[in-house]
Design a protein around this ligand. Sequence first.
Ligand code: SF4
Ligand code: MG
Length: 336
Amino acid sequence: NRVLLEVNNLKVSFDTYAGEVQAVRGVTFHVNKGETLAIVGESGCGKSVTSQSIMKLIPMPPGRIKEGSIKFDGRELTKLTDKQMESVRGSEIGMIFQDPMTSLNPTMKVGKQIMEGLIKHQKLNKKEAKEKAIEMLKLVGIPTPEKRVDQYPHEFSGGMRQRAMIAIALACNPKLLIADEPTTALDVTIQAQILDLMRDLQEKLDTAIILITHDLGVVADIANRVAVMYAGVIVETGTLDEIFYNPQHPYTWGLLQSVPRLDTKNKERLVPIEGTPPDLFSPPKGCPFAARCEHAMRICKEEFPEKTQVSDNHYVHCWLQHEMAPKVENPVAERR
Ligand code: SF4
Ligand code: MG
Protein backbone atom coordinates (compact mmCIF):
# COMPACT_ATOMS: atom_id res chain seq x y z
CA ASN A 1 0.00 0.00 0.00
CA ARG A 2 1.48 3.30 -1.14
CA VAL A 3 -0.89 5.51 0.87
CA LEU A 4 0.53 6.78 4.16
CA LEU A 5 -2.05 9.36 5.21
CA GLU A 6 -5.70 9.52 4.26
CA VAL A 7 -7.80 12.46 5.34
CA ASN A 8 -11.49 12.07 4.65
CA ASN A 9 -14.18 14.75 4.82
CA LEU A 10 -12.43 16.56 7.66
CA LYS A 11 -14.45 19.34 9.26
CA VAL A 12 -12.93 21.56 11.94
CA SER A 13 -14.67 24.43 13.70
CA PHE A 14 -13.78 26.96 16.35
CA ASP A 15 -16.45 28.02 18.80
CA THR A 16 -16.21 31.71 19.61
CA TYR A 17 -18.48 34.20 21.34
CA ALA A 18 -19.45 35.51 17.95
CA GLY A 19 -20.40 32.05 16.70
CA GLU A 20 -18.92 29.00 15.01
CA VAL A 21 -16.02 29.57 12.64
CA GLN A 22 -16.01 26.74 10.09
CA ALA A 23 -12.28 26.76 9.41
CA VAL A 24 -12.12 23.43 7.57
CA ARG A 25 -15.31 22.38 5.81
CA GLY A 26 -14.93 18.88 4.44
CA VAL A 27 -11.41 18.29 3.23
CA THR A 28 -10.33 15.03 1.57
CA PHE A 29 -6.80 14.19 0.44
CA HIS A 30 -4.11 11.58 0.77
CA VAL A 31 -0.33 11.50 0.97
CA ASN A 32 1.66 8.63 -0.50
CA LYS A 33 4.78 7.24 1.13
CA GLY A 34 7.83 9.34 0.35
CA GLU A 35 6.06 12.03 -1.67
CA THR A 36 5.56 15.76 -1.10
CA LEU A 37 2.04 17.13 -1.12
CA ALA A 38 1.82 20.90 -1.06
CA ILE A 39 -1.29 22.48 0.42
CA VAL A 40 -1.50 25.97 -1.03
CA GLY A 41 -3.72 28.93 -0.29
CA GLU A 42 -4.01 32.39 1.20
CA SER A 43 -3.79 32.90 4.93
CA GLY A 44 -6.99 31.88 6.69
CA CYS A 45 -7.93 29.26 4.07
CA GLY A 46 -7.66 26.43 6.60
CA LYS A 47 -4.36 24.92 5.48
CA SER A 48 -2.64 25.31 8.84
CA VAL A 49 -5.71 24.18 10.75
CA THR A 50 -5.82 21.08 8.55
CA SER A 51 -2.22 20.19 9.36
CA GLN A 52 -2.65 21.00 13.05
CA SER A 53 -5.66 18.69 13.14
CA ILE A 54 -3.55 15.84 11.82
CA MET A 55 -1.16 16.43 14.70
CA LYS A 56 -4.05 17.08 17.11
CA LEU A 57 -2.47 20.41 17.85
CA ILE A 58 -5.52 22.61 17.51
CA PRO A 59 -6.58 23.94 20.90
CA MET A 60 -9.66 21.91 21.90
CA PRO A 61 -11.76 23.81 22.91
CA PRO A 62 -12.36 26.25 21.26
CA GLY A 63 -11.38 24.08 18.28
CA ARG A 64 -13.02 20.76 17.52
CA ILE A 65 -12.91 18.12 14.83
CA LYS A 66 -16.59 17.93 13.95
CA GLU A 67 -16.46 15.18 11.41
CA GLY A 68 -14.21 13.10 9.25
CA SER A 69 -11.34 10.71 9.60
CA ILE A 70 -7.56 10.94 9.58
CA LYS A 71 -5.96 7.57 8.85
CA PHE A 72 -2.23 7.41 9.27
CA ASP A 73 -0.30 4.25 8.54
CA GLY A 74 -3.31 2.09 9.36
CA ARG A 75 -4.48 3.93 12.49
CA GLU A 76 -7.36 6.35 12.98
CA LEU A 77 -5.71 9.39 14.57
CA THR A 78 -8.96 11.04 15.63
CA LYS A 79 -9.56 8.10 17.98
CA LEU A 80 -6.16 8.10 19.71
CA THR A 81 -5.77 9.27 23.29
CA ASP A 82 -3.58 12.29 24.00
CA LYS A 83 -0.89 9.98 25.26
CA GLN A 84 -0.90 7.79 22.13
CA MET A 85 -0.96 10.92 20.01
CA GLU A 86 2.05 12.31 21.82
CA SER A 87 4.10 9.32 20.79
CA VAL A 88 2.92 9.58 17.17
CA ARG A 89 3.91 13.26 17.18
CA GLY A 90 7.37 12.72 18.50
CA SER A 91 8.36 9.72 16.49
CA GLU A 92 6.17 9.10 13.47
CA ILE A 93 5.11 12.57 12.38
CA GLY A 94 7.58 15.45 12.61
CA MET A 95 6.66 19.09 12.28
CA ILE A 96 8.47 22.29 11.41
CA PHE A 97 7.08 25.79 11.52
CA GLN A 98 7.69 29.15 9.97
CA ASP A 99 9.52 30.68 12.88
CA PRO A 100 11.99 28.40 14.64
CA MET A 101 12.38 30.94 17.45
CA THR A 102 8.85 30.24 18.63
CA SER A 103 9.19 26.48 18.49
CA LEU A 104 12.77 26.05 19.69
CA ASN A 105 13.23 26.33 23.41
CA PRO A 106 15.52 29.36 23.93
CA THR A 107 16.73 28.13 27.30
CA MET A 108 17.80 24.68 26.16
CA LYS A 109 20.87 23.71 24.16
CA VAL A 110 20.06 22.76 20.59
CA GLY A 111 21.61 19.32 21.05
CA LYS A 112 19.46 18.64 24.09
CA GLN A 113 16.35 19.49 22.10
CA ILE A 114 17.29 16.92 19.48
CA MET A 115 18.15 14.38 22.18
CA GLU A 116 14.80 14.68 23.98
CA GLY A 117 12.81 12.76 21.36
CA LEU A 118 15.55 10.19 20.89
CA ILE A 119 15.64 9.42 24.61
CA LYS A 120 11.87 9.40 24.98
CA HIS A 121 10.76 7.61 21.84
CA GLN A 122 13.77 5.63 20.69
CA LYS A 123 14.97 4.77 24.19
CA LEU A 124 18.54 5.80 23.48
CA ASN A 125 20.78 6.54 26.44
CA LYS A 126 22.29 10.01 26.83
CA LYS A 127 25.55 9.18 25.14
CA GLU A 128 23.91 7.51 22.15
CA ALA A 129 21.41 10.35 21.87
CA LYS A 130 24.16 12.96 21.85
CA GLU A 131 26.04 11.08 19.14
CA LYS A 132 22.87 10.89 17.11
CA ALA A 133 22.20 14.62 17.70
CA ILE A 134 25.63 15.46 16.31
CA GLU A 135 24.97 13.18 13.36
CA MET A 136 21.63 14.93 12.73
CA LEU A 137 23.22 18.40 12.87
CA LYS A 138 25.76 17.20 10.34
CA LEU A 139 23.03 15.72 8.17
CA VAL A 140 21.19 19.06 8.00
CA GLY A 141 24.40 20.83 7.00
CA ILE A 142 25.42 22.55 10.20
CA PRO A 143 29.20 22.98 10.29
CA THR A 144 31.23 21.93 13.37
CA PRO A 145 28.30 19.99 14.82
CA GLU A 146 30.40 18.80 17.79
CA LYS A 147 30.58 22.41 18.93
CA ARG A 148 27.10 23.48 17.82
CA VAL A 149 25.42 20.67 19.72
CA ASP A 150 26.20 22.49 22.99
CA GLN A 151 25.04 25.92 21.85
CA TYR A 152 21.74 27.70 22.44
CA PRO A 153 19.30 28.71 19.68
CA HIS A 154 20.27 32.40 19.91
CA GLU A 155 23.80 31.45 18.89
CA PHE A 156 22.44 30.16 15.58
CA SER A 157 21.53 32.29 12.53
CA GLY A 158 17.95 32.18 11.18
CA GLY A 159 18.82 29.62 8.52
CA MET A 160 20.77 27.52 11.02
CA ARG A 161 17.84 27.56 13.40
CA GLN A 162 15.55 26.26 10.68
CA ARG A 163 18.11 23.53 9.98
CA ALA A 164 18.12 22.69 13.69
CA MET A 165 14.31 22.49 13.64
CA ILE A 166 14.54 20.06 10.76
CA ALA A 167 17.10 18.02 12.71
CA ILE A 168 14.72 17.81 15.68
CA ALA A 169 11.77 16.91 13.48
CA LEU A 170 13.65 14.20 11.61
CA ALA A 171 15.73 12.76 14.46
CA CYS A 172 13.35 9.85 15.09
CA ASN A 173 13.03 9.19 11.37
CA PRO A 174 9.32 9.99 11.05
CA LYS A 175 7.33 8.67 8.10
CA LEU A 176 5.71 12.06 7.64
CA LEU A 177 7.03 15.59 8.02
CA ILE A 178 4.57 18.47 8.18
CA ALA A 179 6.24 21.74 7.20
CA ASP A 180 4.09 24.84 7.74
CA GLU A 181 5.57 27.79 5.81
CA PRO A 182 9.07 26.45 6.60
CA THR A 183 10.95 29.08 4.62
CA THR A 184 8.65 32.09 4.79
CA ALA A 185 10.71 33.90 7.44
CA LEU A 186 14.00 33.35 5.58
CA ASP A 187 15.67 35.39 2.87
CA VAL A 188 15.60 34.02 -0.67
CA THR A 189 19.06 32.44 -0.74
CA ILE A 190 18.63 30.65 2.57
CA GLN A 191 15.12 29.68 1.51
CA ALA A 192 16.50 27.87 -1.53
CA GLN A 193 19.11 26.11 0.62
CA ILE A 194 16.49 24.88 3.08
CA LEU A 195 14.28 23.58 0.27
CA ASP A 196 17.29 21.79 -1.25
CA LEU A 197 18.00 20.29 2.13
CA MET A 198 14.41 19.09 2.56
CA ARG A 199 14.49 17.48 -0.87
CA ASP A 200 17.83 15.77 -0.17
CA LEU A 201 16.72 14.46 3.18
CA GLN A 202 13.47 13.23 1.74
CA GLU A 203 15.39 11.16 -0.77
CA LYS A 204 17.77 9.84 1.85
CA LEU A 205 15.17 9.09 4.52
CA ASP A 206 12.12 8.43 2.32
CA THR A 207 9.99 10.79 4.44
CA ALA A 208 6.67 11.97 3.07
CA ILE A 209 6.15 15.72 3.38
CA ILE A 210 3.08 17.90 3.67
CA LEU A 211 4.21 21.37 2.75
CA ILE A 212 1.85 24.15 3.80
CA THR A 213 2.51 27.38 1.94
CA HIS A 214 1.05 30.45 0.29
CA ASP A 215 4.03 30.60 -2.06
CA LEU A 216 3.76 28.76 -5.37
CA GLY A 217 7.48 29.33 -6.01
CA VAL A 218 8.26 27.10 -3.05
CA VAL A 219 5.77 24.54 -4.31
CA ALA A 220 7.46 24.35 -7.71
CA ASP A 221 10.77 23.57 -6.04
CA ILE A 222 9.68 20.62 -4.01
CA ALA A 223 6.12 19.28 -4.46
CA ASN A 224 4.98 16.18 -6.34
CA ARG A 225 1.31 16.97 -5.94
CA VAL A 226 -0.59 20.10 -5.00
CA ALA A 227 -3.90 20.73 -3.25
CA VAL A 228 -5.27 24.25 -3.59
CA MET A 229 -7.37 25.36 -0.61
CA TYR A 230 -9.84 28.18 -0.48
CA ALA A 231 -12.21 29.12 2.34
CA GLY A 232 -11.88 25.81 4.14
CA VAL A 233 -12.21 23.50 1.13
CA ILE A 234 -9.87 22.03 -1.46
CA VAL A 235 -10.92 23.50 -4.80
CA GLU A 236 -8.39 21.77 -7.04
CA THR A 237 -5.82 19.03 -6.69
CA GLY A 238 -3.37 17.51 -9.13
CA THR A 239 0.24 16.74 -9.90
CA LEU A 240 2.64 19.66 -9.88
CA ASP A 241 2.61 19.78 -13.69
CA GLU A 242 -1.16 19.69 -13.90
CA ILE A 243 -1.58 22.49 -11.38
CA PHE A 244 1.12 24.64 -12.98
CA TYR A 245 0.46 24.00 -16.65
CA ASN A 246 -3.14 22.87 -16.91
CA PRO A 247 -4.95 24.42 -13.94
CA GLN A 248 -8.74 24.45 -14.21
CA HIS A 249 -9.98 26.47 -11.24
CA PRO A 250 -10.22 30.27 -11.56
CA TYR A 251 -8.73 30.61 -8.07
CA THR A 252 -5.70 28.56 -9.12
CA TRP A 253 -5.41 30.82 -12.18
CA GLY A 254 -5.44 33.80 -9.86
CA LEU A 255 -2.78 32.32 -7.60
CA LEU A 256 -0.54 31.55 -10.57
CA GLN A 257 -0.94 35.05 -11.95
CA SER A 258 -0.15 36.63 -8.62
CA VAL A 259 3.28 35.01 -8.14
CA PRO A 260 6.48 35.62 -10.10
CA ARG A 261 7.28 33.04 -12.76
CA LEU A 262 9.84 30.39 -12.04
CA ASP A 263 12.06 31.35 -14.95
CA THR A 264 12.91 34.90 -14.01
CA LYS A 265 13.99 35.67 -17.60
CA ASN A 266 10.38 35.92 -18.47
CA LYS A 267 8.95 38.51 -16.10
CA GLU A 268 5.25 38.99 -16.54
CA ARG A 269 2.93 41.38 -14.82
CA LEU A 270 1.75 40.17 -11.44
CA VAL A 271 -1.99 40.38 -10.97
CA PRO A 272 -3.27 40.26 -7.42
CA ILE A 273 -6.61 38.53 -6.85
CA GLU A 274 -9.21 41.19 -6.15
CA GLY A 275 -11.46 40.96 -3.12
CA THR A 276 -11.32 38.95 0.07
CA PRO A 277 -12.27 35.39 1.03
CA PRO A 278 -15.75 34.79 2.48
CA ASP A 279 -16.57 35.00 6.14
CA LEU A 280 -16.26 31.53 7.67
CA PHE A 281 -18.90 32.30 10.32
CA SER A 282 -21.45 31.82 7.56
CA PRO A 283 -19.76 30.44 4.48
CA PRO A 284 -21.68 30.75 1.22
CA LYS A 285 -23.67 27.69 0.21
CA GLY A 286 -22.46 27.82 -3.37
CA CYS A 287 -18.90 28.09 -4.67
CA PRO A 288 -16.85 29.92 -2.02
CA PHE A 289 -14.91 31.77 -4.73
CA ALA A 290 -18.03 33.14 -6.44
CA ALA A 291 -17.77 36.64 -5.00
CA ARG A 292 -14.27 37.07 -6.49
CA CYS A 293 -14.63 35.02 -9.66
CA GLU A 294 -14.97 36.86 -12.95
CA HIS A 295 -16.58 33.77 -14.49
CA ALA A 296 -19.24 33.28 -11.81
CA MET A 297 -22.61 32.13 -13.12
CA ARG A 298 -25.95 32.04 -11.32
CA ILE A 299 -25.55 28.41 -10.29
CA CYS A 300 -22.19 29.22 -8.67
CA LYS A 301 -23.92 31.22 -5.96
CA GLU A 302 -26.58 28.56 -5.41
CA GLU A 303 -24.85 25.20 -5.39
CA PHE A 304 -21.45 23.97 -4.34
CA PRO A 305 -19.75 22.54 -7.45
CA GLU A 306 -19.26 18.78 -7.26
CA LYS A 307 -15.85 17.25 -7.86
CA THR A 308 -14.93 16.72 -11.51
CA GLN A 309 -12.08 14.54 -12.68
CA VAL A 310 -9.85 16.25 -15.24
CA SER A 311 -7.31 13.42 -15.56
CA ASP A 312 -5.93 10.52 -13.52
CA ASN A 313 -4.76 12.58 -10.56
CA HIS A 314 -6.38 15.91 -11.30
CA TYR A 315 -9.68 16.99 -9.72
CA VAL A 316 -11.48 20.32 -9.57
CA HIS A 317 -14.63 21.79 -8.01
CA CYS A 318 -15.89 24.35 -10.50
CA TRP A 319 -19.10 24.80 -12.48
CA LEU A 320 -17.06 25.70 -15.56
CA GLN A 321 -16.48 21.94 -15.91
CA HIS A 322 -20.19 21.40 -16.49
CA GLU A 323 -21.03 20.54 -20.09
CA MET A 324 -23.57 23.37 -20.23
CA ALA A 325 -21.10 25.98 -19.00
CA PRO A 326 -19.72 28.55 -21.42
CA LYS A 327 -16.20 27.84 -22.70
CA VAL A 328 -13.70 30.02 -20.90
CA GLU A 329 -10.18 30.49 -22.13
CA ASN A 330 -7.61 29.16 -19.66
CA PRO A 331 -5.46 32.24 -19.01
CA VAL A 332 -2.41 30.35 -17.78
CA ALA A 333 -2.44 27.28 -20.03
CA GLU A 334 0.55 28.42 -22.08
CA ARG A 335 2.94 29.12 -19.22
CA ARG A 336 5.36 26.34 -20.09
FE1 SF4 B 1 -15.97 30.66 -10.56
FE2 SF4 B 1 -18.29 29.39 -10.58
FE3 SF4 B 1 -16.04 28.05 -10.91
FE4 SF4 B 1 -16.67 29.06 -8.56
S1 SF4 B 1 -17.77 27.47 -9.64
S2 SF4 B 1 -14.71 29.18 -9.54
S3 SF4 B 1 -17.66 30.97 -9.15
S4 SF4 B 1 -16.88 29.59 -12.29
MG1 MG C 1 -0.80 29.42 8.57
